[in-house]
Design a protein around this ligand. Structure first.
Ligand code: TXA
Ligand code: MG
Length: 366
């Protein structure tokens, strides 16, 4: 199969509209289209067509027990795809959904809800729940609208690999395996959406992401008196140093580069470790902040992520991929504070580092 690439720098331009029309045709015909969202690129298919959805799993080599996210362009779709009355306590679910969608949609918050009858079971790996989000990206929204169907889409990478934040990343993983890539440039947030399970009582964050725990808590605090859920505050009860609760398919080794990722306490620790790896003949790459540039002067290859948490989130996957391409054995990065967007970043760094432990045994070269 030849993978076509259509540029969409402006979803409203004549060129953009033509590209989106073509992509929508591919979706309606049961094909696979990679498209930008505000988080990462997704690999989309018609969510109501089980056979088209099966092709997503095949192209990504993703196990069938790892459920997908449905992408919608308006709130009415949520009603068609979920069954809010199926919950054991439906009276709680509706105000929760209303508040959260008002506060965060369109945006990087995925809600896990009881699955509606017309969603093929393959979408959510046979579970009786389904994950839904409304992406905040003009190309994603235009594609969903033009296709006229909800779009099932995981991140557009090979299973277990780092998510793509550019069209080139998508091609690096999936060229020849999918029909079309809409190239809308680099994705602005750079880490995936937050997955919030509303079928659990209290609601649980299954994956930290673009909407922060603090933002969700603030939104829920506003309707506290109307909520009968046991205690939504236990959203915060998780120890900040443990992985989020397991979501099906959330393996510790997700989001992994090929090189071994080693997390360091601070710049001194990073430089010491770099020396140690060098004496063992290993090639290291540095994933650093702007403020570490001077201390790491002349140490190459290096990738500078920027300075703020949103810089780091936006550039993290590109950095991991770039250092991988430079052929390093080891990527050294420093830990980030686990608050705000830092929780999602720390989660992805920990998962990327976990792969090294699994595949190479003890990685403690200190
Ligand atoms: O930002 C994003 O969420 C991107 C863009 C493309 O929208 N998508 C994405 O999809 O990251 P994916 O498939 O790579 O990750 C979906 C996550 C997985 O961890 C999966 O286990 C979880 O959502 N998930 C999906 N459906 C679920 C369900 N019914 N119950 C629990 N977890 C679910
Ligand atoms: Mg993924």
């Amino acid at each position: 199969m030849i993978t076509r690439i259509l540029p969409v720098s402006d979803a409203g331009s004549a060129e953009g509209r033509a590209a989106i029309r073509e992509a929508a045709r591919v979706i309606r015909d049961g094909g696979l289209v990679a498209f930008p969202t505000e988080t990462v690129y997704g690999l989309g298919a018609n969510a109501l067509d089980g056979r088209a959805v099966a092709r997503i799993f095949e192209a990504k080599q993703r196990p069938l027990n790892d459920p997908l996210i449905l992408h919608v362009a308006n709130l009415a779709d949520l009603t068609n795809l979920t069954d809010l009355t199926a919950a054991s306590d439906a009276t709680n679910l509706k105000p929760l959904v209303a508040v959260l969608t008002r506060a965060f949609w369109p945006g990087p918050l995925t809600l896990v809800l009881p699955r509606g009858q017309n969603v093929p079971p393959i979408v959510s790996a046979g579970l009786d729940t389904v994950a839904v989000r409304m992406p905040n990206h003009p190309v994603a929204q235009a594609l969903i609208r033009a296709g006229g169907v909800p779009i099932a889409a995981p991140s557009a990478n090979r299973f277990g690999h780092v998510s793509p934040t550019t069209a080139q990343h998508v091609l690096d993983d999936l060229d020849g395996r999918i029909d079309l890539v809409l190239d809308g440039g680099a994705t602005p947030i750079g880490v995936e959406s937050t997955v919030l399970d509303l079928t659990a009582d209290p609601p649980r964050i299954l994956r930290p992401g673009g909407v922060t725990r603090e933002q969700i808590e603030r939104a829920l605090a506003k309707i506290e008196e109307r909520l009968a859920v046991s205690d939504w505050r236990s959203l915060t009860a998780q120890s900040p140093h443990t992985m989020p609760l397991p979501s099906p398919g959330m393996l510790p080794s997700h989001y992994a580069p090929r090189a071994k990722l080693v997390l360091c306490r601070d710049t001194d620790n990073l430089l010491t470790r770099r020396d140690n790896f060098a004496t063992h003949g290993l090639k290291t790459g540095l994933l650093i902040l702007e403020s570490q540039r001077e201390a790491c002067d002349n140490l190459h290859p290096q990738f500078v992520l920027g300075e703020t948490l949103s810089d780091v989130a936006r550039n993290l996957y590109a950095g991991l991929r770039a250092l991988d391409s430079a052929g390093v054995d080891v990527i050294l990065a420093t830990e980030v504070p686990r608050s705000g967007l830092g929780e999602a970043i720390a989660d992805r760094l920990a998962r990327a580092a976990a792969k090294a432990v699994e595949t190479e045994g003890n990685c403690d070269h200190d």
